[in-house]
Design a protein around this ligand. Structure first.
Ligand code: FAD
Length: 365
């Protein structure tokens, strides 16, 4: 059996690891050149930990644990613009956490590097389109003119998934009218002193009364791990509060826009943004996928943000990893189309339940 996976992000790489470990012939195509992925702190919920454990060789899983921040990422605080804590939600450490999955906080770039270890990723090779063949297989057309054939094509190609656009042209991803500028500031002594203590200790979000909010969280590498500690920040709010030419701004201008947007809040916040590494600054908009009714199963399927993009609430990566582990398990149990159908039925249920939960949770803040 041969499987083509499009997208060497979190779910695509994990699926490729699991399938290779089970002896399946896998090709993994990634649009970007190596090293283009962004590094920011990411929270992995317990189901993501279980998926990593199920699909990764033991030594790579140990590397994930060894590079995850020592502190649990289980909890968050809400601050007002003067940096007073107004709400605290902490998930207590539970017995048996190791068996039932851990909360992990990892640097996304470090995790992606571990996930592709040992895989022959075809970088700078974007997916263009596919064709279903009469013999039940699928032909995949790639940006560099190459053509591949497989028993199954898996789109793990993120929110703007070209695989989804061909498979489910009616599937909708809705813009929520919230713009975000995000980046990283090296965690120097100066920044340590400027940052709210709860951002050093875990995840927090400063929220205004006008729709603006600013998540902040430090990522500190464990001793011996390669990487410089940083403070991740996001400046978010209604799109109308951001300049119209945001998408054409260079990175220093984006950073200045983010700093200016919180300049009437506690002065530490714009100072932290102003000290940000310009190379790390990006802008995006918040989106959520609309529920998709089940479709007739063909040898093409979807995982992660490609099917159930959700509002960031610290769980979308874990759901994407769960998809990879589930699809891997089903496919190795076979027969193939039945396995894909069973995967899709289960994934659509928990995936869109989480989309809805994330949307509700975000609108309650
Ligand atoms: C600043 C920020 C912070 C976040 N923090 C968290 C967090 O704390 N917890 C959490 O759960 N989630 C978080 N997320 C969201 C999380 O990163 C995503 O949900 C997760 O990466 C989804 O995994 P995925 O495998 O579906 O897609 P991705 O990891 O996005 O991978 C998709 C891959 O497909 C590739 N691709 C796209 N198009 C093509 C093509 N045509 N051909 C080939 N390859 C293609 C892309 O280059 C990419 O490598 C955060 C996101 C951002 C931006």
């Amino acid at each position: 059996m041969r499987i083509v996976v499009v997208g060497a992000g979190l779910s695509g790489s994990l699926l490729a690891q699991g399938l290779s470990g089970a002896g399946v012939d896998v090709a993994l195509y990634e649009r970007e050149a190596p090293g283009q992925a962004q590094g920011y702190r990411i929270h992995i919920a317990p189901e993501g930990d279980l998926a990593l454990r199920a699909c990764l060789p033991a030594d790579l899983y140990e590397r994930v644990l060894a590079t995850a921040a020592g502190r649990r990422g289980a909890g968050w605080r809400v601050l007002d613009p003067t940096l007073n804590v107004v709400q605290e939600t902490l998930v207590p450490e539970t017995a048996g956490e190791a068996e039932h999955g851990r909360h992990l906080t990892v640097d996304r770039l470090t995790l992606r590097r571990i996930l592709v270890t040992g895989l022959d990723v075809q970088y700078a090779t974007p997916f263009r389109r596919y064709e279903l063949l009469d013999d039940g297989r699928v032909r995949v057309f790639l940006g560099d003119g190459r053509v591949d054939e497989a028993d199954l094509l898996v789109g793990a190609d993120g929110t703007h998934s070209p695989v989804r656009k061909q498979l489910l042209p009616h599937a909708e991803v809705v813009e929520l009218g919230i713009t975000e500028i995000f980046g990283r500031t090296p965690l120097t002594d100066e920044v340590h002193a400027l940052a709210p203590a709860v951002a050093i200790d875990g995840f927090c979000a400063v929220t205004g009364t006008d729709g603006r909010f600013m998540p902040l969280a430090a990522h500190r590498f464990l001793p011996g791990a390669a990487g410089e500690d940083y403070l991740m920040w996001v400046v978010a709010g209604p799109a109308a509060m951001f300049p119209a030419d945001l998408s054409t701004m260079d990175k220093p201008a984006l950073r200045k826009t983010a700093a200016d947007l919180v300049s009437d809040w506690h002065p530490s916040l714009s100072a932290i943004v102003g000290l940000g590494d310009p190379g790390s600054v990006h802008t995006t908009t918040m989106r959520t996928a609309q529920p998709v009714p089940p479709w007739d199963t063909v040898p093409v399927t979807l995982m992660g943000d490609a099917i159930h993009t959700m509002v960031p609430q610290g769980t979308s990566a874990s759901v994407a990893l769960r998809d990879a582990a589930l699809l891997c398990r089903r496919v190795t149990e076979g027969p193939l189309l039945k396995a894909v159908h069973a995967y899709e039925a289960e994934m659509l249920e928990y995936g869109f339940a989480e989309v809805e939960r994330s949307l509700r949770s975000a609108s309650n803040h």
